[in-house]
Design a protein around this ligand. Sequence first.
Ligand code: FES
Length: 217
Amino acid sequence: MKKSTALNAPFQPASFAFRDVTKVREIIARYPKGRDQSAIMPLLDLAQRQVGEDGLKSAKPYGGWIPRAAMDEVAKLCGVAPMKVYEVATFYSMYNLEPVGKYLLQFCTTTPCWLCNASGVLQAAEKHLGIHVGDTTDDGYFTIMEVECLGACSNAPMVQINDHYYEDLTPEKMVEILKSFRQDVIPPSGPQNGRKGSMSIAGPTSLMDQAKKAGVI
Ligand code: FES
């Protein structure tokens, strides 16, 4: 999905202010004096979560995204040119630059997931929701995005839904998960085929002592 750079679109609010100023101060204080720009990424995340909280209360719900006014506010707080913040926000797929659905589905379609039928899982979601990659359902509930590797390759194929990873998916399981989200019930995240973490489904095959110590066998 092509990342939006519509920073002057009509849906952009004229202004933005952080509600949790204590949190803003705490984030900036994490970094050495003169290195305030290190706070750009966590502040963008905070802005996205604040907009998402507002979205949950809206009649037609929407999820977290970062208005340009919020980027300008982050630039002011970090003492950098707004362009520095735009560069960061437009680069990373985790920052949404336009409104998204209440539940953002980020499908990994990089090689390991692709080889494990990521396309089948994605198509099942598209068919069930009646939308394609880059679209949002009319009720504002779901947006589908395609992203690069999310670091859960050993549990391929997988999808990230808001902050949750769903792994070892099948097309059928994907539809079940979506039905649950549609009822605002968050199903258990992690592997969906019964295995623990990224361990073989038949149990550990090495590091047996450590597995025993960890209580997994
Ligand atoms: S390839 Fe899909 S999580 Fe890495």
